[in-house]
Ligand binder design. Structure first.
Ligand SMILES: Cc1cc2nc3c(=O)[nH]c(=O)nc-3n(C[C@H](O)[C@H](O)[C@H](O)COP(=O)(O)OP(=O)(O)OC[C@H]3O[C@@H](n4cnc5c(N)ncnc54)[C@H](O)[C@@H]3O)c2cc1C
Length: 389
């Protein structure tokens, strides 16, 4: 990095803001293409935010509107995550998952999900009887289910670490403890102002800029004066970029006797309007079992607190939700787990909103990269590479 950039001198061809799983997937892709890449990340290491606070499910692309980016990129990403993980020694398990109807009234909802899964060409998806579902998960009182054999779980942190290693091996540089504070368009690219963790300011110059800043993607777009609620900027149509955070808290099933009762992700019917897929049971690559995530819109000025501050109401809600799956689950078998935050373009009164991949003269915006962003990380990187071609 230089503090006084010379016109025409680039510090890197492409600067990527954010070293989450997606920013690092983009970094390795562009570095492998032979581009000079610099990733700027305000934290002291990678994947400190959403990329390490999620369910780690390798989604099969069941729920998303057919043809949407979420559908296409998740569908393409699913087999690629397994291939990548196996090639890079990232823990991954092809567990499959079941989406269950637990009462007669839920059969109709199951049908809707199944039709969407068929329309989305989900690999191997099947509608199965309660008896067959109970062969797979004998302790869940399932009436009828959808079986998705291509769903699995991956170690989210190890995945991001493998992208980082691959990016660095192909020449990418990563500036941790540096925050992007302002951006100016200059002839031939961008001038990016940084502040390091000790408060020291510097500037760098690049030809292209990838905004993979997760929850701060809109703040970064605002540095370039894009109207966040959509509109026109320098005669260019700009989409809605404003985001809101939606919290997802988890409880862990800490008693091995209860955790052993579940071997794969088990989901109820989705709650898209609430902003998520409904409190479900997930397993991780170490065999841990978790309940969650919840869906809670947080106020626009509330900070994202990664501590799980427990309340009796939430404990009671999770216990009740958990007992729908495991009727014998006891209060002393669960403990507060992690909290993650979904970066959403979706408003509380809206249905599902797609990922935003938008580009304008060397600037690529990745907005609303909530679930299934981890599963879609490699195809998202391809989208960025195509936008910069
Ligand atoms: C509760 C929950 C469950 C989920 N479950 C799944 C799942 O099971 N499967 C799945 O596929 N997906 C899941 N997801 C989605 C997935 O976690 C995200 O899509 C993915 O992690 C997004 O990665 P990212 O790199 O875009 O963002 P992040 O990981 O948030 O990274 C953004 C980075 O940008 C940095 N940054 C921001 N502003 C600046 C700045 N000005 N200067 C420097 N750095 C900056 C931040 O510090 C941060 O490190 C889930 C998400 C949540 C919240």
């Amino acid at each position: 990095m230089t503090s006084t950039p010379q016109a025409g001198n680039l510090d890197a061809e492409v600067v990527i803001i954010g070293a989450g799983a997606v920013g690092l997937a983009v970094a390795q892709r562009l570095a492998r293409d032979g581009r000079s890449v610099l990733v700027v990340e305000r934290h002291e290491g990678m994947a400190r935010e959403t990329s390490s606070h999620n369910s780690g499910v390798v989604h099969a692309s069941i729920y998303y509107p057919t043809g949407s980016l979420k559908h296409r990129l998740c569908w393409a990403g699913n087999p690629r995550i397994y291939e990548w993980a196996e090639a890079h020694a990232v823990p991954v398990r092809r567990t499959g998952k079941i989406i269950v109807a637990l009462s007669e009234g839920e059969r109709g909802g199951l049908d809707e999900v199944y039709q969407q899964a068929l329309a989305n060409d989900v690999r191997g998806v099947e509608r199965i009887t309660g008896a067959r579902a109970r062969e797979l998960e004998p302790h869940i009182p399932t009436i009828e289910a959808i079986w998705s054999p291509s769903t699995g779980v991956v170690d989210n942190y190890a995945l991001a670490r493998s992208y980082e290693a691959e990016a660095v091996a192909h020449g990418a540089l990563i500036a941790y403890r540096h925050e992007v504070t302002s951006i100016t368009r200059v002839p031939g690219g961008f001038e990016v102002a940084l502040r390091d963790a000790d408060g020291v300011a510097s500037t760098l110059r690049c030809a292209a800029l990838v905004n993979s800043a997760g929850h701060r993607a809109a703040d970064v777009a605002a540095m370039l004066a894009y109207p966040l609620d959509g509109g026109t900027h320098e005669n260019i149509e700009v989409p809605v970029m404003r985001q809101r955070a939606n919290a997802g808290r988890y409880y862990d099933i800490v008693d091995p006797a209860a955790a052993r009762l579940v071997t794969r992700p088990v989901y109820p019917l989705p709650e898209h309007q609430a902003g998520g897929l409904g409190v479900h049971l997930t397993v991780d690559t170490d065999g841990g079992v978790h309940l969650g995530p919840s869906t809670e819109w947080i106020a626009e000025d509330d900070a994202m607190d990664y501590r799980h501050v427990e309340t009796p109401e939430w404990r009671a809600k999770f216990l009740e939700g958990g007992r729908r799956f495991l009727p014998g689950l006891r209060d002393d078998q669960i403990a507060p787990g992690q909290v993650g935050y979904r970066p959403k373009i979706q408003r509380p009164d809206q249905g599902l909103v797609d990922f935003l991949v938008w580009h304008d003269r060397g600037y690529v915006h990745l907005g609303g990269i909530e679930s299934p962003g981890l599963t879609s990380s490699l195809p998202l990187a391809d989208e960025v590479a195509a936008a910069l071609r």
